[in-house]
Ligand binder design. Structure first.
Ligand SMILES: Cc1cc2nc3c(=O)[nH]c(=O)nc-3n(C[C@H](O)[C@H](O)[C@H](O)COP(=O)(O)OP(=O)(O)OC[C@H]3O[C@@H](n4cnc5c(N)ncnc54)[C@H](O)[C@@H]3O)c2cc1C
Length: 436
């Protein structure tokens, strides 16, 4: 479209989108390219900190990175891309308000990420909550603390039991970290209730396979199961959630019980919005990419991260793709930005190659597991490594400083366990006032 300055459209402002635009922003400021980032959110979420945000160890505002502030030199559009017609190089954008419009581009980066992979389980949509964004982390924290308030003020034993039962489905790092961090916070909070003891709560993790935390390997996964069981948490392996209508949880092992809180963290799938594009998709709905992160068969379209099938050049067998995680997303974004600039300069793009270095997981304050560069750590050292690693990774110095400040304050003051349950219904009291 534009004659001299190529317009790069970045669809999605998460890990891949934000970091790619970040890598392009200097060239944009010098007027070599124009960059537009489109995302329905005005912030990028640093997802590995969501469990700590839910547990109150980190202020939720500090785990998100404002796109406009960080991407100076790029245009940020707050809206949803509803379709991409690459044959004509236009994307349809639905802003928060007003009619849909078209955005033309010269090159496109598709970074739509993934969404929760759900199953048609009766009651799931109505009763469960996901754990992928900061709103869900805040809502879950409020809900857990609110349920303690409800249980404490409720004489009916059945209602009290249901309020104190928390079910998580899915044993990957997102699920296990959220499960362990929230239990740790709730256990701490019980000290402020004269009629709730930690053993009155029931925390259940439901996992369909025979292991949890596959990201840290079988040995540390087994260690995690043992540690959580020692904390009286119920880890149900090789078990599936069959239904949860009206909060009545039915499991494949035959057990049935009521639970007010059900959290779904059973994996992700590529963003289904990709179906509204003319890009080549694989059988899992991911965009087919070349190792240099170009979309197969196209010179002016790129992709990476959770929504892309990128060949893993470090794998021994062909046909293996890079796993959907932040480690690859960030590194791919750096490569992607560099490749776009190479192409703008008339050079060939280079292949992405990175060997997965392992994972770190926090299991509550001073508890964790880690496997990095083949080194296995447990307990406090793993927890410390988890914090050090993620603070080194969270984008911008500003966010790093704020997160470290949150942790430092927590050393001197007691844990903050106030429920702000009414945040979800802020106008409830005013509505009552107007109707009285
Ligand atoms: C709770 C949790 C903890 C995690 N912990 C770890 C960890 O410890 N280590 C690790 O390696 N990985 C971790 N991950 C995984 C990691 O966060 C993802 O792999 C990474 O975010 C993928 O980056 P992405 O850019 O592909 O997708 P995302 O970062 O999800 O970005 C996708 C972006 O697309 C936007 N978008 C969606 N639809 C549209 C649309 N129609 N139009 C425009 N924009 C759209 C979204 O708003 C979002 O900003 C965790 C994930 C979660 C949920």
């Amino acid at each position: 479209m534009t004659a001299q300055v190529p317009h790069i459209l970045v669809v999605g402002g998460g890990y891949v989108g934000m970091y790619t635009a970040y890598g392009l922003r200097k060239a944009a400021r010098r007027g070599r390219i124009r960059v537009t980032v489109v995302d329905p959110r005005s912030v990028m979420t640093y997802q590995p900190f969501l469990p700590e945000a839910a547990a109150g160890s980190v202020e939720p505002r500090h785990v998100v990175v404002p796109l406009r502030k960080t991407l100076k030199g790029c245009r940020v559009v707050t809206g949803r891309v509803t379709a991409i017609d690459h044959a004509h190089k236009v994307a349809k954008v639905m802003p928060e308000e007003g009619p849909e419009y078209e955005l033309a581009y010269d090159q496109i980066v598709v970074a739509l990420g993934s969404i929760a992979r759900t199953l048609p389980i009766p009651g799931l949509a109505e009763e469960a909550i996901g754990f992928k964004n900061v709103e869900e982390a805040i809502a879950l924290r409020n809900k857990v603390l609110d349920r303690l308030d409800v249980a404490s003020s409720q004489p009916d034993p059945a209602l009290r039991k249901s309020a104190l039962t928390f079910v998580f489905v899915g044993g990957g790092y997102a699920g296990v970290e959220a499960f362990a961090e929230l239990e740790d916070m709730a256990r701490y909070a019980t000290r402020y209730y004269d009629n709730i003891k930690p053993e009155d709560m029931r925390w259940v993790l439901v996992e369909a396979t025979n292991r949890i935390l596959p990201e840290v390997g079988p040995e540390l996964g087994q260690y995690t199961v043992e540690q959580l069981r020692k904390r009286n948490m119920d880890i149900k392996l090789e078990t599936r959630l069959e239904s949860c209508e009206k909060g009545r949880v039915v499991l494949s092992d035959g057990e049935e019980f009521d639970a007010d809180t059900i959290v779904w963290t059973a994996g992700v799938k590529a963003n289904p919005a990709l179906a509204q594009t003319d890009f080549p998709l694989d059988e899992k709905g991911r965009i087919k990419c070349l190792p240099n992160l170009r979309i197969e068969g196209l010179d002016d379209a790129w992709s990476a991260g959770d929504n892309a099938a990128v060949p893993d050049l470090t794998a021994e067998d062909p046909g293996v793709f890079t796993a959907p995680n932040a480690q690859h997303a960030v590194r791919q974004a750096h490569r992607l930005a560099a490749n776009i600039l190479r192409v703008v300069d008339g050079q060939e793009p280079q292949d992405y190659k990175h060997k997965y270095v392992g994972s770190v997981a926090s299991l509550g304050l001073h508890k964790g597991v880690a496997q990095l560069y083949g080194v296995k750590l447990k307990g406090w050292p793993a927890w410390f490594l988890h914090r050090t690693y993620h603070v080194s990774r969270v984008p911008t110095f500003n966010r790093k400083a704020r997160v470290v400040l949150d942790w430092t304050l927590a050393l001197f003051f007691r844990r903050e366990v106030t429920s702000l349950g009414s945040l979800q219904m802020p106008n409830e009291e005013f509505r009552r006032a107007t109707s009285s």
